[in-house]
Design a protein around this ligand. Sequence first.
Ligand SMILES: [Zn+2]
Ligand SMILES: [Zn+2]
Length: 107
Amino acid sequence: MKLQSDNNSSDDNDSPKYSICPNCKDKFPSNSFASHTIECYRNSSKCKVCGEIVKKSYKKAHLELWRSKQKVKEVIQKDNDIEIIKILDHGLNPNFKFDEENYSIMN
Ligand SMILES: [Zn+2]
Ligand SMILES: [Zn+2]
């Protein structure tokens, strides 16, 4: 008598295992995890303002995202003082205003 369990177990063998990078919180297959983590720490830095891990090449984009009209508008509408300060700390010009909609941070 032969047990036919071979088919079931062979499938699991090549499904890759993943680990979460502690730096960027992304998921990586275990075989490239170590090299990614080293690269990741080397190429990214923690934003001093919001604590987010930002790749060095995305630093500018990160700041621009925070200073975008959409973000500023969102925060002003929520009337969230802490977020407004964060936006200013990301380098927003305090005189920034929405010409067309009369939103202003300094009220
Ligand atoms: Zn990473
Ligand atoms: Zn930030």
